[in-house]
Write a protein that binds this ligand. Structure first.
Ligand code: HSE
Length: 426
């Protein structure tokens, strides 16, 4: 342990790392008052130490190589904020093997290699904390792990990608094109280094995999459940949603059924007056339902430098307290000592109500679509076919497979079809 207080090493000086430096610089007094002892950022490692990030690095030991930081005896806790799953895995693994506590915001790493990392943490008696990996600043993982630990949870759903929510909100309120909204989300520091992970649903799937572990004690990887992003959402979908009194949100959801746990990430049409529909910009919200607790809602900034950094430093404080008390893993990382193997239900059995937009030639199109749906037993609730615009329709409750078969039948005539799930009971 560092001679006075507990020493923190930060690996990765990007958007969140810079935020962490600011939290330490600006809130050192509050942090010490709340802990009762000092928590010092002592060492920073990044391959680029030249770029001016608008924060002073004076007083910190600086290294280009994370190994020097992990080996530094003044460092008790290591923060991994470089992202990705290769070097980041080495940082986390080497720190745990050295018996140092680890804090990370790396949802991709945890979603893919969480099981190995938690096992390593247990073997070495070193804690790993990752509140900032889901929902940015929102203490939702802590709520699941501790606040709701006496309950049996049966459903959760949420908006867990700030970039997508920002894009959808801006397209809707300002009528801005998708590309311009994405560019602004990148400038504001919400997007991943490769924003494909945001918009194609991968980032939300990473976060849902982590939530599945905490909420249901299920060990799931992102490929175990259906996920889709927002790249195909067009202004025509947003106009149609408005006409129906609905809004489009990228939802991550999961439910515990008698037969297993069902999970998915996909753009979903939800009633305009619902709580989740009111979550705008880069904000995130996660609604959890428990047998005893009923519904609870967790809302806040889901992305961005300082909100996310605040969650990182809160984790450091938690680990520092435990270290001070000589306790390594006060609570297991996923809140349980008994994780079930994945056991997720297959998405082939998916049922629901759907909205469909079809780019289809004008001639006789309403009749062709109605016939194809009827042939596959898909109930048609509404159909609009304004001249010169895409045809849109909504279905009643149906199997997704039947709808896909009907669309395949129309497929040769349609240059593109786009399906969005409708959730009216939310
Ligand atoms: N790119 C992520 C998002 C950052 O937009 O939500 C926070 O995890």
């Amino acid at each position: 342990m560092a001679s006075s207080g507990i020493g923190v090493g930060l690996v990765g000086l990007g958007t969140i790392g810079t935020g962490v430096v600011r939290v330490f610089r600006e809130h050192a007094d509050e942090i010490e008052a709340r802990l009762g002892f000092p928590l010092r950022l002592a060492h920073i490692a990044d391959v680029d130490l030249e770029t001016d990030r608008g924060v002073s690095l004076e007083g910190y030991r600086l290294s280009r190589d994370f190994k020097a930081l992990v080996e530094d005896e003044a460092i008790d806790l290591v923060v991994e904020l470089i992202g990705g799953t290769t070097i980041a895995a080495q940082v986390v693994t080497s720190a745990l093997e050295a018996g140092k506590g680890v804090v990370t915001a790396n949802k991709a790493l945890l979603a893919h290699k969480g099981a190995e990392i938690y096992a390593l943490a247990e073997t070495h008696g070193a804690p790993v904390a990752f509140e900032a990996s889901v929902g940015g600043t929102i203490p939702v993982l802590r709520a699941l792990r501790e606040g709701l630990c006496a309950d049996r949870l049966f459903a959760l759903r949420g908006i867990v990608n700030g970039t997508c929510n920002y894009i959808l909100s801006s397209m809707e309120s300002d009528g801005e094109p998708y590309e311009a909204c994405l560019k602004r989300a990148q400038e504001l520091g919400y997007a991943e280094a490769d924003p494909t992970f945001d918009v194609d649903g991968t980032d939300s799937a990473h976060k849902l995999a982590i939530l599945l572990g905490l909420a249901f004690g299920v060990h799931a990887r992102p490929g175990d459940f259906y996920s889709r992003g927002i790249q195909l959402i067009a202004p025509a979908d947003i106009r149609a949603a408005r006409r129906m009194g609905l809004r489009i949100k990228l939802l991550a959801s999961a439910r515990r059924l008698d037969t297993g746990v069902e999970a998915r990430v996909e753009p979903t049409l939800i009633p305009t007056g619902s709580v989740l529909a009111g979550v705008d910009g880069s904000m995130n919200a996660i609604e959890v339902r428990g047998k005893m607790s009923g519904p609870t809602l967790y809302y806040g900034a889901g992305a961005g430098s300082l909100p996310t950094a605040s969650a990182v430093v809160a984790d450091l404080m938690e680990l520092a307290r435990a270290r001070r008390l000589g306790v390594a893993l006060r609570v297991p990382p996923l809140g349980t000592h008994r994780l079930e193997p994945s056991g997720l239900l297959s998405s082939d059995q998916e049922r629901g109500e759907y909205f469909v937009r079809l780019e289809l030639g004008e001639e006789d199109r309403s009749r062709r679509v109605s016939v194809a749906l009827a042939e596959h037993g898909v109930p048609l609730v509404s159909l609009e076919s304004p001249p010169g615009e895409d045809l849109t329709l909504t279905t009643g409750e149906t199997s997704r497979a039947a709808l896909d078969s009907a669309l395949a039948l129309i497929g040769s005539a349609a240059s593109a079809s786009h399906v969005i799930r409708i959730e009216k009971e939310i």
